[in-house]
Design a protein around this ligand. Structure first.
Ligand code: PMP
Ligand code: GLN
Length: 402
């Protein structure tokens, strides 16, 4: 920022900062404002039902709120240790042990982060070097590619096709080169609702081990898997876990997206590199929230176990109410998003349709094409079903009328 030649004459005298004369050369030429921000703002402006940005309509458990307030009143308000409040790292390690039989050491192998987005950005910044290739499956959550590009890496996109969005691991093998540094997976998947199974992890493990590739596994919806299926985590296979950084988010698992608290787990060699960047990128996540969540997890060991049935009931309510509509869909296997295909209704591209329907029918969704890096006529919209039953029924009524 250039300062004006003359300083203001009086203290407290306001002057406007001059603007740069030359255009800024952007580091992210293909990036605009996130679609989640755009669609939520449009929904608010037009008073539409907002099933676009993914966040629960219901509140965090009241006991958890009390525990956070207690942490604040007890004076737990200064910096936590850089890796996070130990009690929370221990609670996260206990969850991994219980669910995947793996013993992560809270001292060296788990770090609490300011949400999953920060964990992902920090992991990529710490581990991807100039010209390294990173394999990303599309449709992909929006924060992966910009982080890779800012690190000087090259995203290598592999497109998955609906309605099943399965990964063909032989195709993945063809994309691996000497420059492949990382593969990013996301299960349960946002936006498609697909999940990876054990067979997928076995294939991934072979590829990762034979080519010495780091796996960044975005498992933020780990506790939300439907129809009796277990969540297949990279932590469940020793060989894979040894080369993986696994990301979780309390935003999803305690209905508190606004608290921006998550975690990352991985072997000491990867975690040491992660923490080198974490300490300068955020240093530590918010202290009283960490204490509150640790206490809550210790007092409610079964909280996470009921999330799958809680969200499955919402998915089923929504899809049952959609019967008779002109949309086609395959029920989500996990997470809290449902894709609806509108090919029977319109040929228009999905970004236009999502905006038009927010204004005209007062229902907001996310156009799926934004999760691809190529222009695409996907004709699918993503609806978040982490909403109260009345909202889901009202949304289905609107959609049936289209
Ligand atoms: N990954 C995926 C797949 C997500 O859907 C989200 C947010 N919904 C995140 C990461 C980011 O989570 P957080 O809000 O904890 O940063
Ligand atoms: N992850 C949320 C979603 O997929 C949005 C998070 C955000 O707005 N960045 O809708």
């Amino acid at each position: 920022m250039r300062l004006p030649k003359e300083k203001p004459k009086f203290a407290g005298h306001f002057y406007s900062m001059p603007h740069f004369q030359t255009p800024i050369s952007t580091k992210l030429p293909r990036t605009g404002t996130s679609i989640f921000t755009v669609m939520s703002a449009l929904a608010t402006e037009h008073g539409a039902l907002n099933l676009s940005q993914g966040f629960p309509e219901f509140d965090v458990p009241s006991e958890l709120k009390e525990l956070v307030v207690r942490a604040i009143t007890d004076g737990k308000n200064q910096y936590a240790p850089m890796a996070g409040v130990l009690a929370l790292r221990e609670a996260v390690a206990a969850q991994f042990q219980k669910r995947n039989g793996i013993a992560y050491d809270p001292a060296e192998e788990i770090t609490i982060t300011a949400g999953a987005t920060q964990a992902i950005f920090t992991a990529i910044t710490a581990l991807v070097k100039e010209n390294d290739e990173v394999i990303v499956f599309t449709p992909a959550y929006d924060c992966y590619a910009p982080a890779i590009e800012l690190a000087g890496g090259i995203p290598v996109f592999m497109r998955l096709t609906g309605p099943h969005y399965r990964v063909d691991w032989d195709e993945v093998r063809k994309l691996v080169t000497r420059k492949t540094r990382m593969i990013i997976i996301n299960t349960p998947h946002n936006p498609t609702g697909s999940v990876l199974g054990l067979a997928d992890l076995m294939e991934l493990e072979k590829i990762a081990i034979s080519s010495d590739i780091i796996v960044l596994s975005d498992e933020v919806y780990e506790h939300i898997v439907f129809d009796g299926e277990p969540h297949a985590s990279c932590a469940s296979r020793a060989g894979l876990a040894n080369q993986s950084l696994i990301v979780g988010s309390f935003g999803k698992s305690i209905h508190a997206t606004g608290w921006k608290t998550g975690y990352i787990a991985g072997p000491p060699s990867l975690m040491a590199e992660f923490r080198k960047v974490h300490q300068y990128n955020v240093f530590v996540a918010n202290t009283p929230i960490q204490h509150g969540i640790a206490d809550f997890m210790n007092e409610n060991p079964d909280h996470f176990a009921q999330l799958s049935s809680f969200y499955q009931a919402k998915r089923d309510l929504f899809l049952q109410a959609m019967k008779g509509s002109r949309f086609t869909f395959k029920p989500a296997e996990g997470g809290y998003f449902q894709l609806l295909n509108y090919s029977n209704i319109s040929e228009q591209e999905d970004v236009e349709i999502a905006k038009e329907w927010t204004v005209k029918y007062k229902i907001a969704s996310i156009p799926v094409s934004v999760f691809y890096q190529q222009p695409l006529m996907d004709h699918s919209l993503r609806f978040c079903f982490a909403k109260n039953d009345d909202t889901l029924l009202a949304a289905a009524e609107i959609l049936k009328s289209i």
